[in-house]
Write a protein that binds this ligand. Sequence first.
Ligand SMILES: Cc1cc2nc3c(=O)[nH]c(=O)nc-3n(C[C@H](O)[C@H](O)[C@H](O)COP(=O)(O)OP(=O)(O)OC[C@H]3O[C@@H](n4cnc5c(N)ncnc54)[C@H](O)[C@@H]3O)c2cc1C
Length: 411
Amino acid sequence: MRKKLIVIGGGAAGFFCAINAARLNPNLDVCILEKSNKLLAKVKVSGGGRCNTTHACFEIPELVQKYPRGQNFLKKTFHWFNTNDTIEWFAERGVDLKTEADGRMFPASNESQTIIDCLLKEADKYKVQVQIQTSVEKISITDTGIFLLQTPSKIIEANFVCIAAGGFPKAQQFDFITNLGHTIEAPVPSLFTFNMPGNPIMELMGVSVSEAQVKIAGSKITATGPLLITHWGMSGPAILKCSAWGARELANASYQFTIRVNWIPTYAEQDLRNAWPLIRAEQGNTKMGGRNPFELPSRLWVHLLTVSGIDAGASWATLTSGGQNKLIVALTAFECKVSGKTTFKDEFVTCGGIKLSEIDANSMQSKLVKGLYFAGEIMDIDGITGGFNFQNAWTSGWIAAKSIAEAAKNA
Ligand SMILES: Cc1cc2nc3c(=O)[nH]c(=O)nc-3n(C[C@H](O)[C@H](O)[C@H](O)COP(=O)(O)OP(=O)(O)OC[C@H]3O[C@@H](n4cnc5c(N)ncnc54)[C@H](O)[C@@H]3O)c2cc1C
């Protein structure tokens, strides 16, 4: 007898699960229920319309380091389906991925529509049904183990259910899952930029450094990478990485905290103190505000001189020990108060979701409800920017598909 799989959510994870399950078990009827009127909406807008499909990171121990939450779980899931498998899966279907200098991978066409077309074509090929504007509001289970999915217009029956409904910003939105006995880690935003209202640093709007180290004061959170000064504060990969690693801690602090920026991370504060006599001697009698020895953008350098109380027109030879001390601190531990956040529009994810200890990483099946599976961002897994969140969607969608296809054969 044919079995039925209902996938809740028509995003990356839902499509990957539905297509692969239908492909691996032709006796399975597969249907995706999507509450909105758009399929694969995030794939479409992701990566600035190019879909940052995955990241050229091929070693599992290195790959899991890109996920602030879910590392131990991912060590198991990537064993089944990782970056290589993603590249191969799309290549087998005529979609080649190209790698950019920073490791991000995009379809060679540079169009997210290529990924969407591929997924829709595969869904069609394997006769996956898709119903849009169908929101699942409640899930119950009969005594015989049949799932009953309540939608606004009717109740739909299924033998297997995969929840791939993405991240929800509010805890109550998980009620249709917690009603089944599952617990959630409270959702909070990840990947945001830092607001610094009133800070004079914002006069440098548009200035960027290619490598800065950002530390959240009073915590162990630190990240290195490009940093951009914006008209509201700071942005760029170093800031976004800090926001991801500190998502929960910073939410608990109501986004009021202090950061210390090292603008020249090749030097720790003490290293710079040690190197200072030589650096200073090399500058001779030149003007402090002239070309700086650290190759920092000149507007930033002049700002650091100003906040250290140093006249940009004075010569290096006249630098006092007090001024020198303040400048070393400004260069290596520049303190800024952060008050509030701005969501990063190019890539936004939710920290939190279904508790991972309640899901079997080797099958994506719920440990509490037989026949119930999870895939994608609905779980308490999130990555930094760069294609890692989609990789988790492909990986978990594929594992769920394989397990459901096998379970349906044996049922
Ligand atoms: C603007 C933006 C850009 C991004 N860019 C990138 C990127 O370049 N690279 C990267 O790796 N990550 C990126 N991300 C993150 C990435 O898009 C997500 O992590 C990924 O889409 C998660 O896939 P998913 O299938 O789990 O969830 P989603 O894509 O969110 O899909 C879930 C679907 O489920 C539907 N749904 C929810 N509840 C129900 C219900 N009760 N009944 C029926 N349907 C329901 C939703 O409407 C939605 O369509 C970006 C995110 C955003 C917002």
